[in-house]
Design a protein. Structure first.
Length: 78
């Protein structure tokens, strides 16, 4: 896998917590940041898909949103 070296600036508290999280998971800070970026990109992709769906079908109903929140909560707790 090709990698690109970058120089990034993080707030001090974010840098400290990220380094601590990486250590907790037994990975390098670079690997932890890469995984965090991948998760953020998946969220962005999902939000874009919802916006696209809503443009075609209309906004999600309150009932559908409640159902989705329940599914997310059940996944988080398992």
């Amino acid at each position: 896998m090709a990698v690109r070296k970058l120089s990034v600036a993080l707030d001090e508290s974010v840098a400290e917590r990220a380094a601590s999280a990486a250590a907790t998971h037994g990975v390098s800070l670079s690997a932890w940041l890469n995984a965090a970026a991948e998760r953020a990109l998946r969220v962005e992709q999902g939000l874009a898909a919802v916006r696209e769906w809503e443009q075609e079908h209309g906004e999600l109903s309150p009932e559908a949103l409640t159902w989705a929140e329940q599914v997310i909560a059940s996944v988080k707790s398992s």
